[in-house]
Ligand binder design. Structure first.
Ligand code: PLP
Length: 323
């Protein structure tokens, strides 16, 4: 927890904002999982801002479905004149092609290797927000992405008690530059958050495997009962074939749509085992009427983050809430 170190001890540690052994351990673990050099931040959004400030693109392309906080931050940056938002076809050298796969909240799937190939021809940098997949299910750097981003607040820490973000680069010089800038900016994560994240990541594969299996069971149960279910495990999901190729499993988040906001709210209110809360990736199952935090979400959309409870109990809870 220390913010300063005994200089007489003759080690290389000077001050918490520039050196911190627990942070370095977490970065070593996350870098190994993604196959690159990791730099951690106090939140996912701090990582989004850090990569934009580092790359300074003139243009950025965002996916149709993307975490609304990312869209808002890019909008704020665009309002300062720093960059403009454009279609992928208009990107030029030095610009950024932002990918979020699976996307929040509709689990849309982007073919990372295809995007990486198209971007490489034009010198465009591909940044993949892989928060929903985690390094357990996909490795974007191997598929050709320039940088990977996670909100470690979600699956990686996994217990809804630590905030964090990470950028992983295949190139050590980029990671060094990010780390230097972080020391200047002061965007270093807190000691307790990195410690909790390091503890949480130890069970990451077990949690993600179970959460993915349960989410697929729930998606299959919901499919004949509600108008729309968004989970790439379903054979009629538009991204199913790509997800089956680029991911090891389909992930622990799904969304479904019912007829209108009132009905969606009343279903969420009737759920007992799923807690009504935002965020995702923790050991407890959460349900959220997405319109309550994102005005652009479809009116009847409910997002489920599937935890570690027995799927039979989760399905029974949904059964009584749907009526
Ligand atoms: N990216 C995705 C896909 C997210 O779902 C979130 C948060 O919900 C973020 C980034 C932002 O992360 P944080 O809340 O840790 O700042």
């Amino acid at each position: 927890m220390a913010t300063t170190y005994d200089r007489a001890a003759q080690h290389d540690l000077v001050y918490r904002r520039s050196e911190h052994p627990t942070t370095e351990r977490l970065e070593a673990v996350l870098g190994a999982l993604e196959g690159g050099d990791a730099v951690v931040y106090p939140s996912g959004m701090a990582a989004v801002l850090a990569v934009l400030r580092h790359l300074r693109p003139r243009r950025i392309a965002l996916p149709r479905d993307v975490y609304h906080g990312t869209r808002k931050l890019v909008g704020s940056e665009a309002a300062t004149g720093a960059l403009s938002v454009t279609a992928p076809a208009d990107l030029e050298s030095g610009d950024v092609w932002w990918v979020e796969t699976p996307s929040n909240p509709r689990c849309e799937i982007t073919d990372i290797a295809a995007v990486a190939r198209a971007a490489a021809e034009r010198g465009v940098v591909v940044v993949v927000d892989s928060t929903f997949a985690t390094p357990v299910l996909q490795q974007p750097l191997v598929l050709g992405a320039g940088l990977v981003l996670h909100s470690t607040t979600k699956f990686i820490s996994g217990h809804s008690d630590a905030m964090g973000g990470v950028l992983v680069s295949g190139d050590g010089a980029t990671a060094d530059a990010l780390r230097y800038r972080r020391m200047e900016d002061g965007a270093t994560p807190g000691s307790l958050d990195v410690w909790l994240t390091l503890r949480g990541v130890r069970t990451l594969p077990l949690r993600v495997e179970r959460q993915s299996q349960s989410a697929a069971e729930i998606a299959a149960w919901l499919a004949p009962r509600v108008p729309v279910v968004w989970h790439p495990s379903l054979p009629d999901h538009p991204g199913h074939a790509i997800a089956a190729r680029q991911m090891r499993d389909f992930g622990g988040v799904l969304s479904f749509e019912v007829e209108g906001g009132e009905k969606a709210q009343s279903i969420v209110n009737r759920l007992r085992l799923f807690r009504t809360a935002t965020s995702l990736g923790g050991v407890e199952s959460l349900a959220e009427w997405r319109r309550s935090v994102n005005p652009a979400a479809p009116e009847g959309l409910i997002r489920l983050s599937v935890g570690l409870e027995a799927p039979v109990d989760l399905i029974a809870d949904l059964g009584q809430a749907l009526g």
